[in-house]
Each structure stands twice: as structure tokens, then as C-alpha cells.
Design a protein around this ligand. Structure first.
Ligand SMILES: Nc1ncnc2c1ncn2[C@@H]1O[C@H](COP(=O)(O)OP(=O)(O)OP(=O)(O)O)[C@@H](O)[C@H]1O
Ligand SMILES: [Mg+2]
Length: 261
């Protein structure tokens, strides 16, 4: 494929299918996406449309069934788990929808972990500073079971920031936060984007968060569309004003199907 060298993330003809009993379930279809370094992009869409599935593949946590994913020009789709974990340690921050904190580690130890894996010398100082930034200076030694849902989410956010990733993937980063804390976390994420040039790929149902991103794409039943393209030209006839499918040519467009396997 032609890899756009200015893209930090480049996806070509990606599909993801899973086998459930005797059926093949198509979760992602013929997906194409380029994200420029420093860009912020929001992925929106209804529950079950495939957003988390896509994010996991983009971040090298999971593999596509077919197609290509280049992150920092590295072919994740050809890499084994160990190679992908190296790319993740060097370049990727990830805020999981379910946080995935390690229960046997304190808040501070959870946050320090990626920095230690990346051999950063000042993990503890940075970890404490980040936890203070997310408002948890007095929760450093708490275990995840001793933290509220929103506090766990903030620990996960601090952990995603600590190794200064080139690209941050966040799955509903404000999903468990009240609006004031959510606003604060949103500001932190966009500060990172502005100051460090961190690329942001955010999955969110939060309209305010999505609106702060430079670009919004929508996932619908495993198909990615770019709704912002719909208002690019004022003089389009109303019947032409449809979401532009950025995955497929029109003739290929179809709804996801379960195929007998
Ligand atoms: N390993 C799997 N096996 C079978 N089905 C799966 C698997 N992983 C995900 N799915 C299904 O794929 C669909 C997309 O799941 P996904 O978690 O990506 O949705 P989502 O858009 O993130 O939804 P939400 O907004 O609720 O988080 C869902 O219908 C889910 O049940
Ligand atoms: Mg999800």
C-alpha cells in the first residue's frame, strides 16, 4: 500500500471478524483511515458499533482479520505480540473503557508502571505529579478496590500520560466523571495535544469532547463514516447531503452481516 509518511496512523482495508459458534460475525468492514501526527480525532457512534474493537486494533492490542495498520510507519498487522508491545511501550498511551488497573498495585504504582517499562528514570516523581494533576494527590497509596469509578478512571488517565506517548488512544475517557471533573480531564488531554503534539484518538459519547477534536468520524455497525464531510459544501443539494463513507466506494457499501461459516 501507499503509506502516507506524514500519517502517524494509517489504516488500509481493515476488517475484523470473529467466529461465534458456527457463525462469522463481521465487526469491522473495509475501513480506511489516516491520522496525521498531532491531529485530534473523535470516533463517535452507538453502543456495539465497533468503536472499542477498532481502537484496540489501532493501538496494537488486537490484530485485524485482514488489512493493514501502520503506526509510526510500523506494520502492526505483521507484528507478533512482543513486537506490538514494544511499539506500544515506545509510542502509545491507552485509556481503556474498563480502566484495567492492576488490582495488586497502588494508584501510584499503576501510574508508574509504563514509565518503568520504558526505563524512565523519574517515574515516581512524574507519577506523583500526574496523580496530583488529576486531583488524586491524597490517593497515591490506595488500591483500585479502594477507589471510586471516577477515581480509577483518573488513575488510568495519569497512567496513559506518564510515558509521554506520541499517540493517545482513549475509550470514553470522561465516561465515569461528573461534568466538572470531566471538563478538567478534557483540558488535560488537550493540553497534552497542544504542548507535546500528542496525537489524540478519542472514542466518546461526550458531545463537548468530540467537538473539541479537529475531526469527527462516526462508526455505524462496523462501518466508518466522516459526517463532517457532509457540510463541506453549502451548495450541495439536500439529497446529496449524506454522511460520506470513508471506507468503501458506494457500490461496495453494505450493512454488516452475519455469515454462515
Ligand atoms: N470477541 C468477540 N466475540 C464476539 N463478539 C464480539 C467480540 N468483541 C466484540 N464483539 C461484538 O462486537 C460489537 C462491537 O463491540 P465494541 O465493544 O467494539 O462496541 P463499542 O462501539 O465499543 O460499544 P460501546 O459504546 O457499548 O462501548 C458488539 O456487538 C460486541 O458484542
Ligand atoms: Mg466500547
Amino acid at each position: 500500500m501507499q503509506v502516507n509518511s506524514e500519517s502517524i496512523l494509517s489504516v488500509k482495508d481493515l476488517t475484523k471478524s470473529v467466529q461465534v459458534e458456527d457463525k462469522t460475525l463481521v465487526l469491522l468492514q473495509a475501513l480506511n483511515l489516516n491520522v496525521a501526527a498531532g491531529e485530534s480525532i473523535a470516533i463517535v457512534g452507538s453502543s456495539g458499533s465497533g468503536k472499542t474493537t477498532l481502537l484496540s486494533i489501532l493501538a496494537g492490542l488486537d490484530l485485524p482479520s485482514t488489512g493493514q495498520v501502520y503506526l509510526k510507519n510500523q506494520p502492526l498487522h505483521q507484528f507478533n505480540e512482543e513486537q506490538r508491545s514494544q511499539v506500544r511501550a515506545q509510542h502509545v498511551g491507552f485509556i481503556f473503557q474498563q480502566f484495567l488497573l492492576i488490582n495488586s498495585l497502588t494508584a501510584l504504582e499503576n501510574v508508574m508502571l509504563p514509565a518503568e517499562l520504558a526505563n524512565m528514570p523519574d517515574a515516581q516523581v512524574r507519577g506523583e505529579a500526574l496523580l496530583a494533576q488529576v486531583g488524586l494527590a491524597d490517593r497515591l497509596d490506595h488500591y483500585p478496590s479502594q477507589l471510586s469509578g471516577g477515581e480509577q478512571q483518573r488513575v488510568a488517565i495519569a497512567r496513559a500520560f506518564i510515558a509521554q506517548p506520541d499517540i493517545l488512544f482513549a475509550d470514553e475517557p470522561t465516561g465515569n466523571l461528573d461534568s466538572k471533573t470531566g471538563q478538567h480531564i478534557t483540558d488535560l488531554i488537550f493540553d497534552l495535544n497542544a504542548k507535546e503534539g500528542t496525537t489524540l484518538v478519542l472514542v466518546t459519547h461526550d458531545a463537548k469532547l468530540a467537538a473539541r477534536c479537529q475531526r469527527q468520524v462516526e462508526m455505524d455497525s462496523g462501518i466508518l463514516t466522516e459526517p463532517s464531510a457532509l457540510v463541506a459544501t453549502d451548495d450541495l443539494g439536500k439529497d446529496q447531503i449524506n454522511s460520506k463513507n470513508i471506507n468503501q466506494s458506494e457500490s461496495e457499501t453494505q450493512t454488516p452481516v452475519s455469515q454462515e461459516g
